[in-house]
Design a binder for this molecule. Structure first.
Ligand SMILES: [Zn+2]
Length: 169
């Protein structure tokens, strides 16, 4: 026999959904075909520092330094969740699948977009780091998401978790 009280609790939880504040996806990126390939371009003129896109992301269980070459292939066009823990230093950070049109923006070291992640809400924000005209092609540099040396690791850790590792600066 099923426990009636447990069953009743489950039904009650299903009846009363818990609604909390979420976020509204924003995009000023549209997609055009350039030389047979989809690329992201600006829907309007954008000033430096403006929000270009906001969306959610899902962190994959795959890391950028997996021995599996497929993870490295994915790392060529997916961002990673910045993290400087010991596992991430060795295995690379987790790949992230972002929602939104930024997935069509090409990777470039001369980027006009900057991406940042908020792990607590599983959202990302993309802001312009150069003046952008309507129709301009948009580029992101994911390299900065990968810590490069000990000092970077430390700074990234401080930014993400605070000086004491508990979110306090
Ligand atoms: Zn980590």
């Amino acid at each position: 026999m099923a426990d009636d009280s447990v069953q009743a609790t489950l039904e009650r939880e299903e009846d009363v959904p818990v609604i909390e504040a979420g976020f509204t996806p924003i995009s000023n990126i549209t997609v055009v075909k350039k030389n047979g390939r989809y690329v992201g371009v600006a829907t309007r003129r954008i000033k430096v520092g403006e929000l270009v896109e906001k969306g959610g992301f899902v962190a994959l269980p795959y890391r950028s330094n997996e021995p599996d070459q497929r993870a490295k292939m994915l790392a060529n066009f997916l961002p990673v969740v910045p993290c400087s823990c010991e596992t991430c230093k060795i295995m690379g950070p987790n790949l992230a699948v972002p929602t939104g049109n930024m997935i069509y923006c090409q990777f470039s070291q001369n980027a006009n977009l900057d991406i940042s992640f908020d792990n607590s809400t599983a959202t990302f924000e993309i802001r312009s780091i150069a003046p952008i005209d309507k129709g301009d092609e948009l580029f992101i540099d994911f390299a900065k998401l990968y810590p490069k040396n000990e000092i970077d690791q430390e700074q990234m850790f401080m930014q993400q978790f605070g000086a004491d590792g508990m979110g306090n600066s």
